[in-house]
Design a protein. Structure first.
Length: 92
């Protein structure tokens, strides 16, 4: 379907931007670096799992933080939905 070394654009939802801004600067930087290193290249790297019960949604683990996202293959984008602490990540 897609070749190796493909790069995706990272798109943050307004909610994810607000969540990131609430974190201390070092945590923000660590999460941003993990997103760039793990999700921009395709195929993705890192601790990524497809979430059950959430159609087409995945999560990236960054220490105690979880980044949930979806792929838009047609536009070569990764849409970051949320950045939450693990204790809040899987609540409905």
């Amino acid at each position: 379907m897609f070749g190796r070394n493909l790069e995706f654009e990272i798109v943050f939802s307004p909610k994810a931007v607000r969540q990131l801004k609430r974190l201390d600067r070092s945590t923000q930087e660590r999460i941003r670096k993990a997103i760039e290193a793990s999700l921009r290249p395709f195929p993705p790297r890192g601790d990524i799992v497809k979430l059950e019960g959430f159609s087409g949604r995945y999560r990236l683990r960054v220490g105690d933080w979880r980044v949930t996202f979806r792929y838009n293959f047609a536009q070569k984008e990764v849409h970051i939905a949320e950045v939450v602490h693990r204790r809040e990540a899987y609540r409905n």
